[in-house]
Design a protein around this ligand. Structure first.
Ligand SMILES: Cc1ncc(COP(=O)(O)O)c(C=O)c1O
Length: 384
């Protein structure tokens, strides 16, 4: 029998100690973008998935006061009581569901991971739209789940008929993300209601990733939890308050599911960082309207700058626009050309089984956006 060290020598590609579950997904797509980005000095960067404003100063002060005040230990696994109670009050006012509990997670990503671990058995199918947030298929495969990506091209709508057609006896969960990364498309209330009722009818778990819920430009935000009281909602402060490095998210849904997720959190993330949670508590009192208004202006700028040249669906939310590469070019080839010019955008095939589109993040200064738009206009005109 070979020792692990000998196996490693035999197969230098994969270390013998690495578990099989890690072979089901890779991070090469994202790494490729980072590698390309590293080659650029001072790029026009329209690739970033976080707001271009800094954490509001009141939140910074609250976290600093927490640190100075000695609030540096573990918090209870479910989160500090004042934050959990503030979240509970907000959630109860919105839904008044009889059996809805809430806890604080280590970012929305932490909540997503716990949701998969708590609910997905090996072989279970999970339905979500393609294009999708990169983490979904990877997290599912880590749990032995089977990703069922429902093609939503060309308009990226949440089509309840397509979701219904993807349901099989093995379907365990439908995962919705509205407004969506990478398309920026917000589902309509009717679409969300239909999918919520579909999940209830088939007794399938419905998980709603609402990380972009504050970034809605044309209509009020609607959660599928309004139509299905068993919905598991995952949200957080990363995007709304530019707190991506602080790791504060929250999850609410049926109490037994929450208790199971907490059991896993206790033995993994332990808790969201305590000083960050005090910052998040302060964040709950901050009016985001002026930030959202600024982002609507940016959305309009990019949509106007690209219309007539690029094919895309107007983003109703988030801060992304997903456009088709011009002249029948592949998304990856187009992004290479853009990067050669110093414009950093992301190829659509990172988020999709197709390689036809690219993602622009308009979470950038208006100055940067204007330069990016001009480059995209010129690139289009040269390539067509
Ligand atoms: C759709 C979606 N869900 C979740 C996350 C992760 O957010 P967090 O920083 O709260 O883990 C992101 C981040 O890009 C996202 O786009």
């Amino acid at each position: 029998m070979l020792t692990h060290a000998k196996q490693r020598l035999k197969n230098p590609i994969m270390h013998a100690w690495i578990a099989d579950r890690t072979k089901t997904f890779d991070s090469s797509g994202i790494r490729k973008v980072f590698d390309l980005a590293a080659k650029l000095t001072d790029p026009i960067n329209l690739s970033i998935g976080q707001p271009d404003f800094d954490v509001p100063v009141e939140i910074q002060d609250a976290a600093i006061a927490a640190i100075r005040g000695g609030k540096n230990a573990y918090s209870p696994t479910q989160g500090i009581a004042p934050l959990r109670e503030a979240l509970r009050a907000q959630i109860d006012a919105q839904y008044s569901h009889a059996d809805r509990d809430v806890f604080v997670s280590s970012g929305t990503s932490g909540g997503l991971m716990l949701a998969m671990m708590a609910m997905v058995n090996p072989g279970d199918e999970v339905i979500f739209l393609d294009p999708y947030f990169v983490m979904y298929p990877a997290l599912l495969k880590m749990c032995g789940g089977v990703p069922v990506a429902v093609d939503s091209y060309p308009d990226f709508q949440l089509d309840p008929d397509k979701i219904a057609a993807a349901i099989t006896p093995k379907t365990k969960m439908i995962l919705v993300n509205s407004p969506a990364n990478p398309t920026g498309v917000s589902a309509t209330a009717e679409q969300l209601e239909a999918v919520a009722k579909l999940a209830a009818k088939h007794e399938i778990a419905l998980v709603s990733d609402e990380i972009y819920s504050r970034f809605q430009y044309d209509a009020p935000f609607v959660s599928p939890a309004s139509f299905n009281d068993q919905t598991i909602v995952i949200d957080g402060f990363s995007k709304s308050h530019a707190m991506t490095g602080w790791r504060v998210g929250y999850v609410h849904g049926p109490s037994e599911i929450m208790a199971t997720m907490l059991k896993i959190q206790q033995y993994s993330f332990v808790c969201s960082p305590q000083p960050s949670q005090w910052g998040a508590l302060r964040a709950m009192d901050i009016d985001l309207q002026s930030y959202i208004d600024d982002y609507r202006v940016k959305r309009d700028m990019i949509a106007e700058g690209l219309s007539g040249r690029y094919e895309f669906t107007l983003p109703g939310g988030a801060f992304y626009l997903f456009a088709k590469a011009p002249g029948g070019m592949g998304g990856e080839a187009f992004v290479k050309r853009a990067i050669e010019r110093g414009l950093l955008i992301i190829p659509g095939n990172i988020f999709s089984d197709r390689d036809t589109h690219f993602r622009i993040s308009f979470a950038a200064s208006n100055e940067t956006l204007k330069k990016g738009i001009k480059m995209l206009q010129d690139l289009h005109d040269e390539l067509t």
